[in-house]
Write a protein that binds this ligand. Structure first.
Ligand code: M6R
Length: 609
């Protein structure tokens, strides 16, 4: 997730922009840049890495002005290098833009610009097309050019643009990406997020989807899509800086749980075209190569391993290739059977987990092809992989992984569909049914979040427990493991996940009167079996919270409490069922007054063995 800051006034724009960008550090970034208009010329400075790198570079140079735009980039299209950092300039150097989001049809626009306007591109980004497109439509009126340019774009964006011809105007526009304008005294601001402006102003306008905003020294004008002036009430921000970073949520974990519909949407966006075909940008596997794969290992740690458990089922079901899921810390010291027909899939949010990296290197040494599912562009794992499928979850700050997990599941769906289709192992009807289910996911996830209050009430009943069991069958086993890990790591409650069929082989001995079981029963084909498991543990006086799809009402009659998820196919149920489990862990940890975002003894990225 990138950050945008803009300033126009009498002060030094670079100081204000750098300070604003630093306040957006929590969004994560891999490069940063600033463009200023000084005496009718656009000056540009960009650097990869931390903002300090940009600051040092600017200090060495004579670089200043009273109007400018800045950006921190979290790489999506193109590596995290200086060339790909924003702002991007048009070919003639007269327009500069910053952009958050993804332009889905950028390849099409790029070809058009090259063919019809001989545009030479300097970066690998989707964003550069915006600068070039605005330049093509520019005839002295920046607002008009921005409008015409966005009419041609598909995707999500918040864009800020300046022109060399105008030292008093930043023009910005948004669609499905956040944008605000800040009200100053004799100056005004633009930003993607409130924290960037808190040092300077607490009075802001929230810009709505489709609106264009013109920020000048003396005023801020907001227009709708038809260029009709919009009257907007100003909002006075009362949050402190820390609360503002969390977008008003009490913890990053809660914010990230709530970001899941958007993260899932972004991960799907641009990868399923209008005809329902899955197109995976970073995957170069051809049909011939896919047909030659005889075995797949999915290797990861923690939550990413749980995503791998679901991935195995999807790949085996859709693509019919034998697949094993393994813990990276075990795999690296085994003697796995690997040859050039082996595909090794590593899953990692950070791309920097030591065990996963070493397991990957071992597989590579033995001749496997490496495919990674990762959230961080340019991370170690992605650099050493043959194919990369990114989860577009945006930075995950809380140690407990939430949106990275659900987007990893989405990536496994996309990959398994692609493999199944290419290998002709998945009938078209089935393929279409799954694609349809995936498209409905963001809305259904929002629906699940509506159960937050109900889950919070349940959590308040159980926050004092010292032991909780999670059970399930089929895909619910992976969800049970993930639910249990979430609870353990942030609440410090001793929890345990087990395949329900295994209960009677030992664990059933632990049941006392009132022992709490969360029973995941979202798989229609295994529903009856799960009802039997509930009867079995209820007969031993356990307390049961049943989790099932709406409409499956028998579970309500035999459980003590229930959490219902929206109707959906068995395949996508894990993506929905895990959300109330994350909320359950969150509320329990909150009631136990735990340090939710930074639980004891844990690090976000485990870069040591
Ligand atoms: O960055 P990675 O996905 O490779 O990290 C793997 C695990 O360390 C991570 O998922 C960990 O289990 C989380 N804290 C779980 O919430």
């Amino acid at each position: 997730m990138c950050g945008i800051v803009g300033y126009v006034g009498d002060e030094s724009a670079k100081e204000i922009i750098i300070s604003g960008l630093k306040s957006l550090e929590y969004r994560g970034y891999d490069s940063a840049g600033i463009a200023l208009n000084k005496d009718g010329k656009l000056l540009l400075r960009k650097e990869s890495g931390v903002i300090g790198n940009l600051e040092k570079r600017i200090k060495k140079n004579d670089f200043d002005g009273n109007i400018g735009i800045g950006h921190t980039r979290w790489a999506t299209h193109g590596a995290p290098i200086r060339e790909n950092a924003h702002p991007h300039l048009s070919c003639d150097g007269r327009i500069a833009i910053v952009h958050n989001g993804i332009i889905e049809n950028y390849m099409e626009l790029k070809s058009w610009l090259i063919k019809n306007h001989n545009v030479e591109f300097k970066s690998e980004t989707d964003s550069e097309v915006i600068a070039q497109l605005i330049c093509v439509y520019y005839n002295g009126d920046l607002v008009d050019a921005v409008r015409k340019a966005v009419e041609r774009m598909r995707g999500a964006y918040a864009i800020g643009a300046i022109s060399a011809d105008d030292e008093d105007r930043i023009v910005a526009v948004r669609k499905d990406a956040p944008l605000i304008a800040g009200i100053g005294k004799g100056c005004n601001y633009l930003a993607s997020d409130i924290p960037a402006l808190l040092k300077y102003t607490r009075d802001i306008y929230l810009i709505e989807n489709g609106e264009i905003v013109v920020v000048s020294r003396g005023d801020i004008k907001i227009f709708d899509e038809d260029m009709t002036r919009v009257k907007r009430e100003k909002m006075h921000v009362t949050w402190d800086a820390a609360a503002a970073e969390k977008g008003g949520y009490e913890h990053f974990m809660k914010k990230e749980i709530y970001e899941q519909p958007e993260a899932v949407n972004k991960t799907l966006e641009g990868r399923i075209n209008a005809k329902g075909e899955v197109k995976l940008d970073g995957i170069k596997l051809t049909k011939k190569e896919l047909d030659s794969i005889s075995r797949i290992y999915i290797v990861a740690c923690g939550t990413a391993y749980h995503a791998g458990m679901q991935g195995k089922e999807l790949i085996e079901n859709f693509a019919r290739i034998p697949t094993e899921t393994d813990l990276a810390s075990e795999f690296r010291y085994r003697d796995p059977i690997i040859d050039e027909n082996t595909l090794f899939i590593c899953v990692s949010q950070s791309g920097e987990t030591s065990d996963t990296i070493e397991a990957m290197r071992e597989a590579k040494r033995r001749g496997a092809r490496i495919l990674s599912i990762c959230n961080v562009v340019g991370s170690s794992i992605t650099r050493e992989s043959d194919d990369v499928l990114y989860t577009w979850a945006g930075p995950e700050i809380a140690v407990a992984s939430t949106k990275a997990y659900t987007t990893q599941l989405v990536c496994f769906f996309l990959l398994a569909l692609y493999m199944g289709k290419t290998r002709n192992t998945l009938p078209r009807k089935e393929y279409d049914r799954i694609v349809d289910e995936l498209k409905k996911l963001p809305a259904k996830m929002s629906d699940v979040l509506g159960a937050d209050d109900h889950v919070a009430r349940l959590a308040s009943k159980f926050a004092v427990r010292e032991q909780i069991f999670y059970i399930g069958r089929g895909s619910d086993v992976g969800t049970a493991y993930e639910a249990s890990l979430k609870l353990k790591e942030i609440s410090y409650i001793n929890s345990f996940a087990i395949a329900a069929g295994e209960l009677k082989h030992g664990t059933i001995a632990l049941i006392n009167r009132g022992t709490l079981f969360v029973v995941l029963a979202t798989q229609d084909r295994l529903y009856e079996k799960m009802l039997s498991n509930i009867e079995e543990i209820k007969a031993r006086h356990a307390y049961v919270v049943g989790v099932a799809k709406k409409g499956n009402n028998r579970i309500r009659r035999i459980s003590d409490d229930t959490i219902m998820i929206p109707e959906c196919s068995d395949e996508v149920a894990p993506i929905l069922a895990v959300v109330p489990m994350q909320l359950f862990a969150y509320h329990i940890a909150k009631l136990r007054k735990r340090d939710i975002d930074k639980p004891r003894n844990l690090a976000k990225s485990v870069t040591v063995e």
